[in-house]
Design a binder for this molecule. Structure first.
Ligand code: SF4
Length: 225
């Protein structure tokens, strides 16, 4: 697919997912980002709510002991490690940034538990900055669509996508592609037979997965490209 067609394909996908740009408190996004690593949304969001209901500022989190945090965030993946990271992250926020979440990438990356993806999540949803967090879904889909070469590093994919999308499109790109990656363009068995952007895709196995879906699974509605 030609990279110039990306805005159009995002528009097609967002007719399904209807993602709108919105601002969320940066501290909530930071907590979400740390908890969400290798954990499904169905588990992350309730855990995030439990923790934020108990402590909604770095200072209040630090008043909790590690075991209490573990209990609040269980069963997110690696909950013991993440409880320690949360305490360290909140400690750093207070010590280095006066108790607030910084907006600069360099500063964000200094916070324990914050990698490039979480930093971008905080920037886009917390501060309304037009960046595209590239996680495993976004990178996989970009490769299947032929926007970047196979095995491309997430940081490089981010630059390619940001180079062709305007600010408004960048604000929603991650969420649209993450939803698409969970719903249709799944990691192991992509459901190409119901893909609304089938005609744009250059994934070499798309015909195989299209046929597999149409002959093996009959309960889904076939969406033609
Ligand atoms: S055709 Fe298949 S591999 Fe290509 S984008 Fe759609 S679901 Fe993903």
């Amino acid at each position: 697919m030609d990279i110039k067609e990306l805005p159009e394909t995002l528009q097609i996908l967002n007719k399904i997912y209807k993602i709108k740009a919105k601002k969320i408190r940066p501290f909530e996004i930071l907590i979400h980002g740390i908890l969400s690593t290798r954990t499904r949304d169905e588990t992350t969001f309730p855990a995030q709510r439990r923790l934020l209901n108990a402590a909604n500022t770095p200072e209040k989190v630090l008043l909790l002991d590690r075991k209490t945090i573990e209990g609040l965030i269980y069963p997110v993946g690696f909950y013991k490690i993440k409880a320690k990271l949360l305490l360290r992250a909140c400690g750093a926020l207070i010590k280095e940034f006066g108790g607030t979440v910084p907006r600069g990438r360099k500063e964000l990356l200094e916070i324990p538990g914050v990698g490039p993806k979480v930093a971008s999540l905080v920037q886009v949803w917390g501060f309304g900055m037009p960046v595209i967090p590239v996680d495993t879904h976004v990178n996989r889909i970009s490769q299947r669509l032929g926007l970047v070469p196979k095995g491309n590093a997430p940081e490089k994919t981010q630059l390619v996508l940001e180079g062709v999308l305007n600010s408004d499109q960048r604000m929603v790109a991650n969420m649209v592609l993450v939803n698409f990656g969970r719903d249709i363009c799944r990691p192991v068995y992509p459901q190409c037979y119901r893909c609304p952007i089938y005609g744009y895709c250059v994934f070499e196995e798309k015909e195989y997965f299209y046929k597999k879906g149409t002959t093996g699974v009959k309960s889904y509605k076939l969406l033609k490209p």
